[in-house]
Design a protein. Structure first.
Length: 183
């Protein structure tokens, strides 16, 4: 049996959180899902609180910073915005929904969500200012609008299928096309 790394535990935690919700973030359940002993878990984490802190950081790195790094491969800011929307459309965002609900009862999760939300909005706003001749205020407002559309679609209980998400993303791109370019 191969060694189960810290990253393996964190990947499992995100997958279990997405699939089963908060009840999955119990050490005994994680060990059962991994087919590993508690000793294996405690080799990497001092306890549940340590695991949750690492899990939140892992989530930020994989669903925010990695997405930004991939987006930054594009040279043109408009292409970056389009790429960013494409990437987020393709991600399984189930863990985001669970984390947002969890944030209502767990201050450390609420703090992590606020940090990630700010990072994401600031990034989109910076791309908008690079792409278009708009004020900081307009860029932030447009970034908030884009981001809350994404987050809202995760929290709405009505099914928003992939085709509808693509149509909404296209409306946003069309709206950006109508903004003035830099002179």
């Amino acid at each position: 049996m191969s060694r189960f790394t810290k990253t393996d535990w964190l990947d499992l935690g995100l997958a279990e959180l997405s699939a089963s919700g908060l009840t999955a973030i119990r050490i005994d359940k994680l060990c059962a899902s991994a087919g590993r002993t508690k000793g294996s878990f405690y080799h990497h984490f001092s306890g549940r609180e340590d695991f949750v802190a690492a899990l939140l950081d892992h989530w930020q790195q994989n669903l925010t910073e990695a997405v930004i790094r991939e987006t930054e491969q594009e040279l043109d800011p408009v292409a970056k915005l389009i790429t960013l929307n494409r990437i987020t459309e393709e991600l399984d965002m189930g863990v985001e929904t669970v984390l947002r609900r969890w944030a209502g009862t767990e201050p450390s999760v609420a703090t992590a969500i606020a940090k990630v939300d700010k990072r994401r909005i600031d990034y989109v706003a910076s791309l908008l200012m690079q792409a278009k001749d708009i004020s900081v205020r307009q860029a932030v407002d447009l970034a908030v609008m884009n981001y809350t559309s994404l987050v809202g679609s995760q929290l709405v209980f009505t099914d928003i299928c992939q085709d509808r998400r693509k149509r909404i993303a296209q409306i946003y791109v069309d709206m950006l096309d109508n903004l003035p370019d830099h002179a």
